[in-house]
Design a protein around this ligand. Structure first.
Ligand code: HPA
Length: 273
């Protein structure tokens, strides 16, 4: 754990030294949503491999760079490309980027991703505001000696996704005429998509959508005191709910097509956070 704390400090110190900004809001850009990064102005770009102690992303559609700059007048730090358990990273390793974000003094984390719809009222291309999550990874990023530097051994997750931020986003989306679903995100490890039986089981468990990210990040973020907002692009109906097989290409195509909506929403939200 000492080693991890050192890595967080090394990466954060390096970023602080390289950047002319003091970032206020962290943004994780998921599958097909990296174009949000193109909207950042006066941008500084740091490839992950240049940041001492940082991780590298290996998934197609995930670029692998940290960007700092201005979006709607707010200084944002965006991770263009995230890290997943299925890439072989351990859960403790997945805590690193989130803790670096916190170490830089950021208080709000917006995590975005792609997910499959389980709720039959949802449609591909819609945006889901995460109200809560189900951690179905069978694992937890906080297993191991507690990182006391980052607070309590037993963090409370009764409001993992900030109610204050969610209420704000719903108000803003309504005012802007952006349709939004709100529901429970089930986080699995992947990388195989679910079976139709698993989708039915997840529905019984109370999941509205399913994906392979967010959960380790959200638990870590709450642990280190970040307020979290989770936005997901519903890219497909869950396995067995649509006639065609699921592919990563479809996920990327739909997320890319829907990214305009997500960018508009983010731009509307940022000045009011
Ligand atoms: N399952 C898991 N992750 C996903 C899906 C899905 O159907 N769609 C996009 N990400």
């Amino acid at each position: 754990m000492e080693n991890l704390v050192e890595k967080v400090e090394t990466a954060a110190t390096w970023i602080t030294a390289q950047s002319k900004f003091k970032p206020e809001i962290g943004l994780i850009l998921g599958s097909g949503l990296s174009s949000v990064g193109e909207e950042i102005e006066d941008v500084e770009v740091f490839p992950y491999e240049d940041i001492p102690g940082f991780l590298r992303s290996t998934v197609e559609g995930h670029l692998g760079r940290l960007m700092i700059g201005k979006l709607q007048g707010r200084v944002v730090l965006a991770l263009q490309g995230r890290f997943h358990r299925f890439e072989g990273y351990s859960m403790p390793q997945l805590t690193l980027p989130i803790r670096v974000i916190r170490q830089l003094g950021i208080e709000i984390l917006i995590t975005t991703n792609a997910s499959g719809a389980i709720n039959e009222n949802y449609r591909p291309g819609e945006i889901l505001l995460m109200a809560d999550h189900l951690n179905l990874t069978g694992d937890n990023p906080l297993i191991g000696p507690n990182c006391d530097a980052f607070r309590t051994r037993f963090p409370d997750l009764s409001e993992a996704f900030s109610r204050r931020l969610r209420d704000k986003v719903k108000r803003i989306a309504a005012a802007e005429g952006i349709e939004l679903q709100e529901g429970v995100y089930a986080g699995l490890v992947g990388p195989s998509f679910e079976t139709p039986a698993e989708i039915r089981a997840l529905r019984v468990l109370g999941a509205d959508a399913v994906g392979f990210s967010a959960v380790p990040e959200v638990i870590t973020a709450v642990h280190c005191g970040l307020q979290v907002l989770g936005l997901s692009c519903l890219t497909n109906m869950g396995a067995g709910m649509q006639s065609n097989p699921l592919t990563h290409e479809e996920t990327l195509d739909v997320a890319t097509a829907a990214s305009r909506k997500l960018i508009d929403l983010l731009k509307a939200i940022l000045p009011q956070l």
